[in-house]
Design a protein around this ligand. Sequence first.
Ligand code: PLP
Length: 371
Amino acid sequence: MSKPVFVTQPYLPPLIEFQEYLKKIWDSKLLTNNGPFHQELEQKLCEYLGVKYISLFSNGTLALITALQALRITGEVITTPFSFVATTHALWWNNIKPVFVDIEPDYFTLNPDKIEAAITSNTTAILPVHVYGNPCNVVRIQKIAETYGLKLIYDAAHAFGVRFNGTSILNYGDLSVMSFHATKVFNTFEGGAIVCHDKSMKQSIDLLKNFGFVDETTVVAPGINAKMNEIQAAMGLLQLKYIDKVIEKLKQLIRLYRNGLKDINGITFMDDMPAVKHCYSYFPVLIDKDRYGKTRNEVYEHLKIHNIFGRRYFYPLISQFPAYCGLESALSGKLTVAEQITEKVICLPIYFDLHINDVNRIIDYIRNFTK
Ligand SMILES: Cc1ncc(COP(=O)(O)O)c(C=O)c1O
């Protein structure tokens, strides 16, 4: 049996280069609290991503929770059911009621046509997700947010380096939240960030992630501890050196998948979106049982037999988990597109070290499964 192939695997830069960073950390004894690598990474990420201000976090979930705090969001927030649970959990941890709105059928992001009907007098913000790195319809969502006086926070956990119309996708909305978890294309073991557009917001966020401390004796807000440490930041600096190479490789692998799967009846996938520079870190495929002859779950199990571990991102929907399924917006039949996609989607393995032979094998398993 060949080695297991998982849906993703972190890119790890040469160990020897990481050891040089570790040596510096050991020498300085600066382990955390806005240390030199933390500062350097914030600056370098601003340059690389093309954003004004970034605030690093220990993980993306704490960054989401803090982003909602920084904008003092309360009441109800409109969000998508088609994401990783942390998107909605961040609302719950802030005592905010999530209001789920359906996704659009092409790229699975929040459907702007459905947002207005979900706005009530308690709505204070919209929390869409650039799911799989596919930019939301940022122009239309922005317009709705402005019309109704709502704040707009993007969960950009999947969207490292994604650009739309020549600018970073992170420049849209009031805040964008990133994840640098080990499963993400740019990883700092665990990690995350908030991108914002002005200095005073960056200062508020920095206070909130460090207990609310302004100086040794002044605490101005009930903040949390969500700081990124120096080892994480060092990893980030090293990752930045290799990120273009990593994304280019992922693009090639996705091209291979697309070519290999394109004429299989009942198997569909997304092409690149117009005016978008993608980061290619997910390869979701839809299985149409009626045309393909097998269900998505059958394909998932069939690949497992061959030691290939795709993931059913995002199944179940967040709105189907016990914590949220009782909400009115979560009721069955209200989120029809998301409910269909969640039954059909499987993300195939995609990562820097994935071998071309494995991609070809996966294509063959899918092609031959129904023969
Ligand atoms: C869409 C989305 N939001 C939020 C998160 C949470 O990020 P983290 O794992 O860094 O806490 C993740 C991933 O893990 C995610 O995929």
